[in-house]
Design a protein around this ligand. Structure first.
Ligand code: ADP
Ligand code: MG
Length: 372
């Protein structure tokens, strides 16, 4: 697993810089998509697929997959990624892209308190991509499936005039009365978050900075070795599917939950809107890694802003009833960052010096002034 983290990424970035046209084929071989045709391509991309879940009765190879549910309910979610809009292949190796595209779907299922089980993968590709390039993409997707015990059960393959598009649909299993929606937060509940936030955004800033430096001087070698944690959070995020068992183990059923894909502020506002409540979020309680804090200051950003508006951390944000506070306090890796108040009190961020600001874009301007 670890062998395709930052060091390999570094060599890929370097390789790409030197050999732009050939970036995704091995040095001595590039198979054109036209040499294979659609059906042979599907075979080649999916030949390593092995079904892991007993509930997957039929995977790839028929007109539809067949899934058995027994006494559970089915969760269903989908995601569409467009080259140039959602990802930039200049610094996103295809294997990482595949991994991330799968994992962000698993994260949506985790946010419902379910377990991801199957995915379908639909791709549209231009002839700029070789067969080997698509094998890299599927290598990442299948690695994620392996790690999260998810079956790849189908998809669709098409050509595109320009660029790469990937759409992944995921199914998940849940026990009906364990599902957690965004709309269950109640006055007095505590706001909690898993892990630490803001690292994926700092990772993106580092990659953007290196891309600009490369544009200015194509001979430059990227200096990324010091940034392993933040780059990994950006290029190879993980879904918190472990939180289901963690919370079950301590007997806590959150009242609402969402995954953090767009930034903490936006996700808190979703919970507040859906639940019809307000909140107080304490800036100093937001969990931020030391490396993220230091790099944020280097970029002249208040560290909390990386967490609040950065996004792509794929941690879980949830609310719990106050009676569960002691159980949550005993768990490492979960932080209590605020609480739910009546809707009439609004959605507020409390700064370390006690200032109460609205959780809106306006607030970030106020915070930015602190570092200039
Ligand atoms: P259909 O003509 O019914 O759409 P296809 O020939 O497109 O069938 O697909 C054949 C089988 O391969 C189906 O089971 C389909 O789900 C699967 N499949 C097609 N494209 C992909 C892909 N990109 N990734 C994974 N499975 C795929
Ligand atoms: Mg098809």
């Amino acid at each position: 697993m670890n062998n395709f983290v930052v060091k390999k990424r570094l060599s890929k970035l370097t390789m790409y810089n030197k050999k732009q046209k050939d970036q995704h084929s091995t040095p001595d071989h590039r198979t054109e998509l036209s040499e294979l045709g659609e059906f042979a391509l599907i075979d080649r991309l999916t030949k390593r697929v092995k079904i892991k879940n007993p509930g997957t009765l039929k995977g790839i190879g028929d007109d539809a997959a067949v899934i058995e549910l027994k006494d559970k309910v089915l969760l269903l979610s989908t995601d569409l990624l467009i080259e140039g809009v959602h990802f930039d292949l200049t610094y996103m190796p295809l294997k990482h892209l595949g991994y991330k595209a799968a994992v962000v779907n698993f994260s949506d299922i985790a946010a419902m308190n379910g377990i991801p089980k199957q995915i379908t993968v639909s791709i549209a590709v231009s002839n700029r991509f070789s067969v080997e390039a698509l094998e890299e993409l599927y290598g990442g997707i299948l690695l994620a499936c392996e790690k999260y015990k998810v079956d790849l059960v189908g998809g669709d393959t098409s050509s595109s005039v320009k660029g790469l598009m990937i759409s992944i649909t995921v199914t998940g299993e849940a026990v009906k009365n364990e599902i957690i929606y965004r709309n269950g937060a109640k006055e007095g509940d505590l706001l909690c978050v898993t892990g630490d936030l803001g690292a994926a955004y700092i990772g993106l800033l580092i990659l953007e900075r290196e891309k600009q430096a490369y544009k200015a001087d194509p001979d430059m070698q990227p200096e990324l070795i010091d940034y392993e944690y933040v780059l990994q959070r950006q290029l190879k995020p993980e879904a918190r599917t472990d939180v289901y068992n963690l919370l079950k183990g301590i007997g806590v059923q959150p009242t609402s939950m969402i995954d953090i894909s767009d930034g903490l502020a936006s996700e808190i506002l979703h919970i507040c809107k859906e639940s019809g409540v307000g909140c107080k979020l304490y800036e100093e309680k937001i969990p931020i890694d030391t490396q993220v804090r230091n790099l944020a200051m280097e970029f002249r950003i208040v560290p909390a802003v990386c967490a609040l508006s950065g996004g792509e951390d794929y941690e879980l944000l949830f609310t719990i009833n106050q009676r569960d506070v002691e159980k949550i306090r005993l768990v490492q890796g979960i932080s209590i960052i605020g609480h739910i108040v009546p809707k009439s009190e609004g959605q507020k961020l409390i700064t370390p010096d006690g200032l109460s600001i609205d959780l809106t874009a306006q607030g970030w301007d106020a915070m930015r002034k602190r570092v200039s």
